[in-house]
Design a protein around this ligand. Structure first.
Ligand code: FES
Length: 98
């Protein structure tokens, strides 16, 4: 078994907070529950992820990629991409390019 997937939603950083990160967190949670993945993916509220210009930001671990400018409507796509953890492919359109 590999490391458990973790999703960090920056809800505590001021930029993400202003851009509705709480709603993103709630939408992620809802989506996880809807798909029965709440035991497979660990959802966390996080401090600033250093991606403030792309707020609200989300980090996926252990893959270590970031999503930016996420809205509640994007959560379904993101969670679906995590459904088969071994084959996890990021949702390219939402990735923060580095
Ligand atoms: S405030 Fe959210 S990434 Fe910085």
């Amino acid at each position: 078994m590999g490391e458990k997937l973790k999703l960090f939603v920056c809800t505590k950083g001021k930029h993400c907070k202003k851009q509705g990160a709480k709603k993103v967190y709630c939408a992620m949670l809802e989506q996880l529950e809807e798909m029965g993945l709440e035991d497979d993916v660990c959802l966390k509220k996080s401090e600033c992820l250093g991606q403030c210009s792309k707020a609200p930001a989300v980090q996926v671990k252990p893959h270590n990629y970031y999503y930016g400018k996420i809205g509640p409507d994007d959560c379904e796509k993101i969670i679906k991409s995590l459904e088969t953890p071994k084959k996890t492919k990021p949702v390219k359109k939402l990735l923060i390019k580095r």
